[in-house]
Write a protein that binds this ligand. Structure first.
Ligand code: HXC
Length: 517
């Protein structure tokens, strides 16, 4: 008989080594055969080496009906704890598909909630690795109710600590709503998200559809807008989460970390001065502008495949994190529509929550006209952009590079909406509408009665363009603070942001506003 202490230690070690195996060797092999890593392998890739501290490894489920008494796995389908990413503290959970398909149980919820509570109280980001078949069917209402416990914590932590969700396998049924309540959703590999599965769809509507077709990364990054980023593999997805985190603060009371700048802050790219095409209707890629203005190779575009007529993302200037919002003249002439409005508004609010200054580049002919947009609620959606800019209190700077027409001028960070500084390039055109429609509205009779109506219209259009298609009227009335050479944009922005770094602005006390939804 061994001594008491070594028996105790042996028991603990045996229990721990069983917990590390999750659903066991066979299930791990199946997971690998699906091309997927296990929860622990994922955490090892995500976290700094040796930094993971696990909690709840020995918890098992309480429900023992439907044969669950024969399948009690320590950890209950989830690995939870704390670790570090590039030396910064993070809280993590990783669902373990090898245990009952990572299905969500009451105990799984208790483990997630504990980590959520500790993350919120400690002010550190929470990263969730999702791989789950949804509510554990055998647990009935217990697992359904448990989702509510997680959701309420997602919402309480929203805007306080960054929450990032990685989707690394199925994310089915109730499992979708916790990621949807977090700040960022990254889908990797062949992962998929659906609310109602193929079996239910078949029995209710008769439609035959696969899980992947319902909601793979293609669908959710380009069409539904549920996911913000996608990566071809799990390894790339985990790397993307780490990169994303580098732009964010630990919590809403801190600023994002500044990295050592390598790009000289006074660098001026001469090419910027000739980047805007002479023909005003010719497109250019706003991302070329961003690449020349900001620190080299520092752009992390968010939702790159959704509403490509708008570009949003994190970038750096002199090593500081900046949120950039821009129209994209290379797609739909940069017109604003429903999806672009949602994308821009959400991003502004994200930056505002996490003390990240916003720089807006404007080249937009206006809101996209048409019944599709009007009936789809472009008024309601477009109002979200205005609401978000007006509500936000972080430093805000705008730069009109070319068109700022009508509603687009107002909505895209106009001076009156608490924008701190408004710059324009000499190529800026700031007007209520384009020259042709303006002349048609204002001079219908004049043109009709002219001896040569076509020539008269051309003359009036030229006159309108002469008056409005420049930034100087706006500068004259103070709507533009400074007209600058495009190449000066980088040093100008850096100096302006330096001044604004200590900006303090408050909103009136209220329970919460009613942002258009
Ligand atoms: C219990 C589950 C489960 C679940 C999967 N499993 N989902 N067990 N509850 N929700 C089990 C399977 O029975 C199987 O166990 C193991 O996990 C692996 O699953 P497979 O089906 O073999 O894997 P795969 O072929 O990869 O398919 C994965 C899947 C599929 C697409 C997730 O399992 C599936 O469709 N599951 C149901 C998804 C679903 O409809 N969830 C919604 C629940 S309702 P064995 O032992 O046989 O290998 C819900 C509503 C909450 O969540 C709403 C709150 C707002």
């Amino acid at each position: 008989m061994g001594d008491r202490t070594s028996d105790d230690l042996a028991t603990l070690r045996e229990m721990r080594s069983r917990a590390v195996l999750g659903g066991g060797h066979k299930r791990i092999e199946q997971q690998h055969a699906r091309g997927k890593l296990t929860a622990r392998e994922r955490l090892a890739l995500l976290l700094d080496e040796g930094s993971f501290q696990e909690f709840g490894a020995l918890a098992t489920h309480h429900v023992v009906e439907f044969g669950l008494d024969r399948q009690r796995f320590p950890g209950d389908g989830i690995v939870t704890g704390f670790g570090k990413i590039s030396g910064r503290r993070v809280a993590v959970f990783a669902q373990d598909f090898t245990v009952l398909g990572g299905s969500f149980s009451e105990v799984q919820a208790q483990k997630i909630c504990r980590i959520q509570d500790l993350a919120l109280e400690s002010g550190i980001p929470l990263i969730g690795l999702n791989d789950s078949g949804g509510a554990r069917i055998q647990e009935g209402v217990r697992s359904l109710a448990a989702y509510g416990e997680v959701f309420v914590r997602n919402v309480m932590a929203s805007g306080v600590i960054p929450q990032i969700s990685l989707i690394l396998g199925p994310c089915a049924g109730g499992a979708v709503y916790s990621p949807a309540l977090t700040d960022f959703v990254i889908m990797a590999g062949d992962s998929f998200m659906f609310l109602t599965g193929p079996d239910v769809i078949k029995s209710v509507t008769g439609e035959d559809v696969t899980a992947l077709a319902l909601g793979g990364a293609d669908v959710h990054t380009a069409r539904s807008g549920v996911a913000h980023l996608a990566a071809p593999t799990e390894v790339a997805g985990l790397a993307l989460a780490k990169l994303l985190l580098s732009y964010l603060p630990q919590n809403n009371n801190e600023d994002p970390p500044q990295i050592t700048p390598e790009d000289p802050v006074n660098r001026m790219d001469e090419e910027l001065n000739t980047l805007i095409p002479l023909d005003e209707n010719q497109p250019y890629d706003i991302r070329d502008v961003l690449a020349m203005v900001f620190d080299r190779d520092s752009f992390l575009e968010i939702q790159p495949n959704f509403a490509a007529n708008a570009v949003v993302g994190f970038i750096r200037l002199d090593g500081y994190s900046v949120g950039v919002v821009a129209n994209q003249p290379a797609f739909m002439s940069g017109a604003l529509n429903i999806d672009a409005s949602d994308k821009i508004a959400r991003f502004i609010r994200t930056c505002d929550a996490y003390n990240i200054p916003i720089v807006t580049f404007v080249d937009c002919p206006g809101f996209l006209p048409g019944t599709d947009q009007e009936h789809g609620g472009v008024i309601r959606h477009g109002a979200k952009i205005i609401y978000a800019y007006c509500e936000s209190t972080v430093p805000k700077i705008s730069i009109v590079t070319r068109k700022a027409m009508g509603g687009a001028y107002v909505a895209m960070s106009s001076k009156q909406m608490r924008t701190d500084l408004a710059f324009a390039w000499p190529t800026a055109q700031i007007a209520v509408m384009g020259a042709e429609p303006a002349v048609r509205v204002l001079y219908r009779e004049d043109v009709r009665n002219a001896a040569d109506p076509a020539a008269r219209e051309r003359e009036l259009i030229a006159d309108y363009r002469e008056k409005f298609f420049n930034p100087y009227r706006a500068a004259d009335v103070g709507q533009i603070d400074e007209v600058i050479e495009p190449r000066e944009t980088r040093p100008r922005l850096a100096r302006a942001l330096e001044v604004l770094r200590t900006k303090v602005q408050q909103n009136p006390p209220k329970k919460h506003g009613l942002s258009p939804t």
